[in-house]
Design a protein around this ligand. Structure first.
Ligand SMILES: [Zn+2]
Ligand SMILES: [Zn+2]
Length: 137
């Protein structure tokens, strides 16, 4: 895989170089539009030759990394906290429209305004938090 990427990069580099030289050769010759166009096509094609295997390599590395990371399923349920951006947010403030984690809750909390919903789970436990917050005025 890596050798293919390298070969494609070299091939693309040669194409780009050829395209640049072709385009340069047409400078000053206004009647060689076709040749200049051909040079530009060579440049873009060479760029593609480099970009595609590099992109594929990047995807492969990312997949490898994700697999090595482990437990991507467990992480998917947790949203980042809007205050500290830790991936542990479990509450949603419906007043301020932000996600919040238990650690940031005391700092954010405005008892007269904030209404919370639990994230991820469809449980009635959010009512306890919301009820205590909305009871006062
Ligand atoms: Zn937080
Ligand atoms: Zn709030």
């Amino acid at each position: 895989m890596k050798r293919v990427t390298l070969a494609a990069a070299i091939f693309g580099g040669i194409l780009i170089l050829g395209g640049v030289l072709t385009a340069l050769a047409t400078i000053g010759h206004s009647n060689e539009e076709v040749l200049r166009g051909f040079g530009l096509v060579l440049i873009s094609f060479g760029g593609m030759c480099i970009a595609i295997p590099v992109y594929l390599e990047g995807v492969r590395l990312r997949n490898q990394h994700r697999r090595a990371d482990g437990a991507p399923v467990a992480k998917r349920n947790l949203s980042p906290c809007s205050v500290c951006s830790a991936p542990t947010a479990s509450l949603w403030c419906t007043t301020h429209l932000i996600r919040i984690c238990p650690a940031c809750l005391p700092r954010h909390d405005e008892p007269s305004r904030c209404l919370y919903r639990t994230l991820g789970r469809h449980s009635a436990s959010s009512r306890g938090v919301a009820g205590s917050a909305s009871g006062r005025s």
